[in-house]
Design a protein around this ligand. Structure first.
Ligand code: GUN
Ligand code: ZN
Length: 439
């Protein structure tokens, strides 16, 4: 491919968050809004970004300008917790976590022993991410190594940066979904060697959650992490009160749920814990001290009746947090819908979630939670060119509302309250349009 083919020039209205270290205090200074801006990408990276009036000297000759005068361009959304094999089971009725797993989830995941089936759902899943403006995700596969191959192969076809791993699970699940400590170790190790750092793929060691791993399996998971310190750890933590009580029964020697993971060497700056709805104070301190991250999954926490995540505490305790859809306990692939529910979860606790803070969580905050802020999260020159073109007026009601909008913050808030996949006009991955909404 000639370098000209790999160059993309996009002009329009751009909005991103440059940095954010404290809630609200500095948010206005960190918002970067260009009414008429230009982004030039070359070989997948942002080569230049700035106002249109300064762009002339940077525009490559012979490259058409893709102009979106009516739209809003933001960094690609980052989903810090999602299960690709649960794509087909969104909206499973009536249960909370532990019964939901046994009734719906485990039977669904058994189908992924068939590589053809896994490949079919993996492609659907990746298309659904792109259709919803999600350009990076941290993904659970199933216990079957073939499910990981299927997902990374689908992601590579679209040059997506995806982090994923094989589920480790050796008890409290159907035999057909259980591995052993040794098999989990050797299969995960082979997958790390095969995929971690291949193109944009990154690997996550993925024990499902403490109740479905024996101490022997968690010990080997920790050993693997020690052997490959730059791979991720991805699991669930403190989602549901019955789950927490069960962990305390199963691991009486540990001080609590998080201490189980910490004891086995599974906390750290590349460890992401989904949910953390009911953390104790000492656990918040451990999350901070180990630089571990949380995936906040509002649609899932509401759907399974798990509880209200105290987002404000992540600022107080300085714990990294990203946004997760947690499909299929979560009810939408769409991060606008996820933010809509996140806002309500904060309202129910007497807190406010602003539109700019929301944008931060869906982009740069997610990148920080995944230790990818050098590569992703905003339009800084040198970062990877993943971005989305938003249509703020995808329905008659949205048009009516947007005509009343009082500035960009209000427009963004209305979009986050009312928006969904109809608002994703185009999704660019590594500088190329990977999805354009059909007319
Ligand atoms: N805890 C353990 N497994 C799961 C899962 O698949 N989904 C959710 N939401 N929580 C879990
Ligand atoms: Zn989950």
């Amino acid at each position: 491919m000639s370098s000209l083919l790999q160059t993309t020039v996009v002009r329009g209205r751009f909005l991103d968050i440059q940095n954010l270290v404290a809630q609200a205090a500095d948010i206005a200074e960190q918002v970067r809004y260009l009414e008429d801006g230009v982004l030039i990408s070359e070989a997948g990276k942002i080569k230049w970004f700035g106002p249109w009036q300064d762009a002339a000297a940077h525009l490559p000759e012979g490259v058409a300008i893709q102009h979106y005068p009516e739209k809003l361009i933001v960094p690609g959304f980052i989903d810090t917790h999602i299960h690709f094999p649960q794509t087909e089971m969104v909206g499973a009725y009536g249960e909370q976590l532990l019964e939901w797993l046994n009734t719906y989830t485990f039977p669904t995941e058994m189908q992924f022993q068939d590589p053809t089936y896994a490949a079919k759902i993996a492609e659907f899943f990746v298309q659904e991410l792109l259709k919803n403006g999600t350009t990076t995700a941290l993904v659970f596969c199933t216990v079957h190594p073939e499910s990981v191959d299927a997902l990374f192969e689908a992601a590579q076809r679209h040059q997506m940066r995806l982090i994923a791993g094989k589920v480790m699970m050796d008890r409290h699940a159907p035999d057909a979904l259980c591995d052993t400590p040794e098999r989990a170790y050797t299969d995960s190790k082979a997958l790390i060697e095969k995929w971690h750092g291949q193109g944009r793929a990154l690997y996550a060691i993925t024990p499902r959650f403490a109740p479905t791993s024996t101490p022997e399996q968690l010990q080997l998971a920790g050993q693997l992490k020690a052997e490959y310190p730059d791979v991720y750890v991805h699991t669930h933590l403190s989602e549901n009160k019955h789950e927490i009580a069960w962990v305390k029964e199963l691991f009486p020697a540990q001080q609590g749920y998080l201490d189980v993971y910490h004891y086995y060497g599974l906390t750290g700056s590349r460890s992401v814990f989904a949910h953390c709805v009911h953390l104790e104070d000492s656990e918040w301190d451990c999350m901070h001290a180990t630089d571990s991250a949380i995936a906040f999954c509002p649609t899932s926490n509401l759907f399974l009746g798990s509880g209200l995540f105290p987002l404000k505490k992540t600022w107080e305790k300085q714990v990294k947090v990203g946004l997760g859809t947690d499909i299929g306990a979560g009810t939408s692939f769409n991060q606008l819908q996820t933010l809509n529910e996140a806002y309500k979860v904060q309202q129910l606790q007497g807190d406010k979630l602003s539109a700019f803070e929301s944008l931060y969580h869906a982009t740069l905050g997610g990148a920080k939670a995944l230790s990818l802020e050098q590569q992703l999260g905003n339009f800084d020159i040198g970062k990877e060119a993943d971005f989305i073109v938003l249509d703020l007026q995808a329905t008659a009601l949205q048009t009516l509302r947007q005509q009343q909008a009082k500035g960009i913050e209000d427009a963004l808030f209305a979009l986050m309250t009312m928006g969904d996949d109809r608002n994703i006009h185009a999704t660019y991955v590594y500088g190329q349009a990977a999805y354009v909404q059909p007319k």
